[in-house]
Design a protein around this ligand. Structure first.
Ligand code: NAD
Length: 471
């Protein structure tokens, strides 16, 4: 089966399918769907060996219905304009779905970070930021980047520093980028947020008995076997929290091979082994599989693609046995693969919902930066005193003495508690809304992906109407 449509065309197909369930004017739907602006720029860098190389960078702001726009920056050899526009569009729908006040954006540089030294990456990132500033594609109220595939806290701190150095008097300049290191105005929990959100989302999706019955599984994550593709900023924490939730991660695929153990993998040991050797290849307590794609076809309950787009295709979908496909990556399943999996009765938890934890906690970071005060700073001590007083009254009234462990659970919420609570609440609410939409139109007619797009379209259309643009 040929699958010769581009990534952005695929997102637009999903949009069109969902739009049929709404009655907004065609012009409004077109405006929501189209990419509002994008730019491609090139710049030279001097490599460590003295040679000059031309670097290609992009930033797309898919929707200006809310400002700032928000979305990560990706470093990969696959980056091109179509990919960046598709990922920016996904950000628009994701933000609308989890009710964040942002339009969607995405940026990227075409490079394989393994080919560059740290100082070369720093020069490239700073020059990329300079280009964004020149073109008005970055700013706390304009467009706020974050980490994505191939980038992390280091890149975000170079972006921040470059932006700050060019706007010395802007009070809110620290909110120009999220996913920053904690010491540089980042927020606790952002690093793990997408993976944690994936597990909160999965927990909710697996909690409904009738939904689980449809895929032949028991409710809850406990005991479910999981295979994860990609052990990066999303895949690693997702696998850790899945094991903590008593699911069993039995396979992990990386770009250079996969590891498999039916008795379950020890995530922290694998992470330590990878830090030491640079790879998960030949991790001692597991079977090594040379072709990482083979593991996607292993017997398991949940398959979590957490690497790149177009990984589950019409070619391999017929051999995929997982009952649940949990799209932690953006766009991992092609349209034809989606149809094949759906026909076989698999449950697909869509990317627009499942990986929204990252941008949700980025939102908390941005709010923290704009308010210039850490969450919990004002109320924590007060709450703790109130809880302690309550414990004391209960002890006096009942004669019961709380143990030290019981007392430990009574504390004022700190930043980590608040971030995780906000993240969990967001994922639960968004899933319940998706499920309600499915029931509204008929579960057999509308799948979760289409329902997610329907919900996003309603939210964005309402914003346009509030702006008075489309009365
Ligand atoms: P990352 O660069 O931290 O990790 C990706 C990992 O996938 C790397 O370890 C890489 O070696 C591995 N990989 C690449 N090709 C592979 C292959 N063919 N098979 C197996 N492994 C392979 O990137 P990330 O931030 O974890 O992003 C992963 C996905 O999640 C992307 O689609 C990204 O857009 C999406 N996402 C990320 C975030 C975030 O906060 N980082 C938020 C939402 C969505």
């Amino acid at each position: 089966m040929a699958e010769n449509i581009s990534f952005f065309q695929r997102i637009n197909e999903y949009f069109d399918k969902a739009a049929k369930f709404t009655d907004y004017p065609q012009g409004l739907l077109e405006q929501i769907k189209i990419c509002n602006s994008s730019c491609h720029f090139t710049f030279p860098i001097k490599r460590d060996d003295g040679t000059i190389q031309t670097i290609h960078g992009w930033r797309a702001e898919h929707s200006h219905h809310k400002l700032p726009t928000k979305g990560g920056i990706r470093y990969s050899m696959l980056v091109n304009e179509d990919e960046i526009m598709a990922l920016a569009a996904l950000m628009t729908y994701k933000c609308a779905l989890v009710d964040l006040p942002y339009g969607g954006a995405k940026g990227g540089i075409k490079l394989n970070r393994k080919d560059y030294s740290e100082s070369e990456l720093e020069r490239i990132t700073r020059r990329y930021t300079y280009e964004l500033i020149q073109k008005n594609y970055i700013g706390p109220g304009i467009d706020v980047p974050a980490p994505d595939y191939g980038t992390g806290e280091n890149e975000m701190s170079w972006i921040l520093d470059t932006y700050l150095s060019m706007s010395p008097d802007k009070l809110d300049a620290i909110a120009c980028v999220t996913g920053k290191p904690i010491e540089q105005n980042g927020i606790k929990g952002r690093k793990e947020a997408t993976g944690r959100g994936v597990v909160f989302g999965l927990e909710e999706a697996c909690s409904f008995e009738d939904d689980m019955k449809q895929v032949g599984l028991q409710p809850g994550l406990r005991g479910k076997t999981v295979v994860i593709q990609g052990f990066g900023k999303v895949g690693y924490p997702a696998s850790k929290y899945l094991n903590e939730a008593e699911a069993k991660v039995i396979g992990i695929a990386e770009a250079d091979g996969a590891i498999y153990s039916p008795k379950g993998l020890d995530i922290e040991s694998i992470s330590a082994y990878r830090d030491e050797t640079g790879s998960i290849r030949n991790f001692p307590d597991a079977t090594f599989i040379e072709n990482p794609n083979d593991i996607l076809e292993m017997e398991c309950d949940i398959l979590v693609p957490a690497a790149l787009e177009n990984q589950i295709t019409a070619e391999n979908a017929p051999r995929i046995k997982a009952r649940i496909i949990a799209e932690a990556a953006n766009g991992p399943t092609t349209t034809k693969a989606h149809e094949i999996l759906k026909k076989r009765g698999a449950m697909i938890i869509p990317d627009t919902f499942l990986n929204a934890g990252g941008v949700t906690v980025s939102y908390f970071e941005w709010l923290r930066n704009l308010s210039h005060v850490g969450f919990g700073r004002l109320g924590r001590r007060y709450e703790e005193s109130a809880y302690n007083a309550m414990v004391h009254f209960i002890e006096q009234a009942t004669g019961y003495q709380f143990s030290d462990d019981e007392r430990q659970t009574v504390h004022g919420a700190d930043e980590t508690d608040l971030v995780n609570s906000g993240l969990q609440d967001t994922m639960i609410n968004a899933y319940q809304e998706i499920r309600e939409t499915r029931f509204k139109y008929g579960r057999d007619i509308v799948d979760s992906r289409t329902a997610a797009y329907i919900n996003a379209i309603h939210t964005i259309a309402q914003s346009y109407m509030q702006l008075g643009i489309f009365p």
